[in-house]
Design a protein around this ligand. Structure first.
Ligand code: GAL
Length: 670
């Protein structure tokens, strides 16, 4: 049985990627001392160490890693030991060139950077099997070992491969999925443009084509590559499970990462972890807040770890702004507030050589313990020690937003009525209202059990697979409120149209038909009128015929003036709202305010804009996070019926509280 993560780490995990192979033993000892002072309790070691662990095929050198783990353990620092498979050594591809991934143009990637492997290479799989088995065997009983860090950011640089071996694997994958070539022809709609296949070996990759690809084929290629990379992960996981059945495993996920269906992946991890690098130019990182909520949702609300963030600045943007004093701490608490039980960084010590030498770290080049960076790290690390009671606490939401990776793939394939639609931007537009108003949101798949939610939003749910309609109908029938937006319910799992009038699967639920789409040019806009109020709309207009629904707003201009733009329909005990256009932010927020007010969904505490309020709950204890992103202090009135303790200062708090600029207060109910 795998150990529960909260038993393994009964504290907020704090630390980062540690790359000791770039330093000498004297530095390791200094590192351990500095880590201890900064409250570090977990480090990820050996992520990029393959070439120094296995120096030649089958020749292992663990001596340095033995010593590093010994030092860390002596200093009471736990280890998330990486499987070191993220960057294969040069000798491997010299000996077996077929392990290299191949680009669309047929040119293989080369050594000298990282992640150049093909997920479909059998030889590569043999090589990782040998390495992971050796590592697991050697360290399975090591007292410093807390969990396994599998590979690193799967697919981050390379999530497609066009090698011969990949083509063979693609054909095998298709055979398994469709069994007969006739079935494939039907599912790919190959009667179009004479694309019919007689044999599996006629099938090629959907690249290097004179014009548009076959969308069903492209979608399957995306599914295939996601599965291929996932298989690589599972291969490592199975070895580790066998050798260390109790040890939790994870791999680190990424921001806005389209190629991997993380809902699927998360089921095979014991802990969701992810890497977050907001650009300080964005201001308040609400998109990253959304990802915290998404990551927490991947395993039904289980707390996640932030596996990587930076103390100061990255080095991979055009201009790398540094976080201002206090921002790293504030954003870290926003992570904790949204379900983060771990705050980790890339990386511990700023590198001296290599492509990332200007990337910030917990210990900067100066090595000065008085540096702002290290001081901020130390402050946060020591504060987080006071929050043991929080570990495992949940965020309770009454609102859910449907998020579906395959829908993301399908809706952004080429050849659509509007080819600048961004699924993420649609989701962000709706999420932002809840973020700004401090209303907790979960993310769910279309087939999730929706019982615990009062309001479910389905932005641009273009792809509707078998079962989605029934699941959403059940939710509304039972009294839920569902909000669906334009270009939803259009295609099936193969990206073939659901015939019978758009959005065929949802027509009954929404009480309408969309007769036509009228996308708008980039510079074009229209307006809508709702209760005498006017608002600007852009991007898209659905030409709607009501079939039982009521119009809440209609278009004002153009040939479809007077036709409905927003509708509402009673369905069973509940309500299904449809928004057939893209609303300007002010009006969208006004509209959603009305919906949430009616459902009595509100923030845990009233606060001015710019103050983030999030609640986590464990048993009968509430942890109320008040994060002041503003440049001035704010005073908040509290629920007078309750007495709180300040989680960081341990002072009693009643009636009201002042939060300094860029500061955080965590109130814990007594
Ligand atoms: C991550 C990666 C790290 C490091 C970091 C720099 O994507 O996992 O190894 O490269 O970016 O920001």
């Amino acid at each position: 049985m795998v150990q529960n993560i909260q038993e393994v780490m009964p504290h907020i995990a704090f630390g980062g990627d540690y790359n000791p192979e770039q330093w000498d033993e004297k530095t390791w000892l200094e590192d351990a001392q500095l880590m201890k002072e900064a409250g570090v309790n977990l480090v990820s070691v050996a992520i990029f160490s393959w070439s120094v662990l296995e120096r030649e095929e089958g020749q292992f050198d663990f001596s340095w890693l033995d010593r590093v783990l010994e030092i860390l353990h002596e200093h009471g620092i736990g280890v998330a030991l990486a499987t070191a498979t993220a960057s294969p050594p040069a000798w491997l591809s010299k000996k077996y060139p077929e392990i290299l991934a191949v680009q669309e143009n047929g040119v293989p990637y080369q050594v000298g950077s990282r992640q150049q492997y093909s997920p479909n290479s059998k030889r590569f799989k043999l090589a990782i099997r040998r390495l992971v088995e050796e590592l697991a065997e050697r360290y399975k009983h090591h007292p410093a070992l807390k969990m396994w860090h599998i590979n690193n950011e799967y697919g981050c640089h390379l999530s497609e491969c066009y090698s011969d071996e990949s083509l063979d694997a693609f054909r095998q994958w298709l055979k398994k999925r469709y069994v007969s070539i006739d079935q494939l022809n039907q599912k790919w709609g190959t009667a179009f443009w004479s694309q019919r296949y007689n044999h599996w070996d006629e099938i090629q990759f959907p690249v290097n084509l004179p014009t548009f690809y076959n969308p069903s084929q492209k979608l399957d290629y995306k599914r295939f590559m996601d599965d291929a990379i996932f298989d690589l992960y599972l291969l490592e996981k199975e070895i580790l499970r066998e050798k260390t059945p109790e040890m939790p495993v994870f791999t680190n996920f990424m921001y806005e990462f389209k190629p991997l269906n993380y809902f699927k992946w998360a089921k095979e991890t014991d802990l969701v972890t992810w890497d977050s690098y907001p650009d300080p130019r964005e201001g308040r990182p609400f998109r990253h807040a959304m990802h915290h909520d998404l990551m927490r949702s991947l395993k039904d609300g289980a707390p996640f770890y932030l596996m990587e963030q930076v103390t100061s600045h990255v080095n991979w943007r055009d201009i790398n702004l540094t976080k201002k004093p206090g921002e790293m701490r504030l954003w870290s608490y926003s992570t904790v507030a949204r379900g983060g039980d771990g705050i980790m960084y890339f990386q511990w010590r700023q590198g001296r050589a290599g492509a990332e030498k200007f990337h910030g770290a917990m210990v900067p080049h100066s090595n000065n313990p008085k540096s702002r960076t290290y001081q901020e790290v130390k402050q946060l690390g020591n504060e987080l020690k006071k929050l043991d009671a929080l570990v495992g606490a949940e965020v309770k939401a009454r609102v859910a937003i449907i998020f579906d990776w395959e829908n993301w793939w399908a809706v952004e394939l080429e050849g659509k009525p509007h080819n600048q639609l961004s699924y993420l931007n649609q989701v962000y537009a709706y999420y932002k209202f809840f973020y700004d108003n401090n209303i907790a949101v979960d993310f769910v798949t279309p087939m999730a059990n929706l019982k615990k939610y009062s309001l479910v939003l389905a932005p641009m749910l273009y792809m509707v697979k078998t079962g989605y309609r029934e699941n959403l109908e059940r939710f509304v029938d039972d009294g839920g409120t569902l909000l669906v937006t334009f270009f939803s319910g259009i295609a099936d799992a193969q990206d073939h149209i659901h015939l019978g009038g758009y959005p065929a699967p949802f027509r009954k639920l929404l009480g309408l038909t969309v007769e036509e789409f009228a996308p708008m040019a980039m510079e074009e806009s229209n307006s809508i009128v709702a209760n005498g109020q006017h608002a600007t709309v852009t991007t898209w207009a659905d030409i709607i015929t009501l079939e039982g629904a009521k119009s809440l707003a209609h278009f004002k201009e153009n040939w479809y003036a007077g036709k409905p733009a927003i509708t509402t329909n009673r369905f069973g005990q509940g309500t299904a709202i449809y928004i057939g256009t893209s609303l300007e932010e002010d009006y969208l927020h006004h509209f959603l305010k009305g919906v949430t007010q009616q459902l009595k969904i509100d923030a845990p505490l009233e606060a001015p804009k710019g103050v983030e309020v999030v609640e986590r709950v464990k048993g009968n204890k509430q942890f109320l996070f008040l994060l002041n992103h503003l440049e001035e202090p704010v005073n908040l009135l509290l629920n007078t019926a309750k007495t709180y303790q300040n989680g960081l200062t341990k002072e009693k708090v009643k009636n009201e509280i002042t939060i300094n600029k860029k500061d955080v207060v965590i109130l814990v109910t007594d």
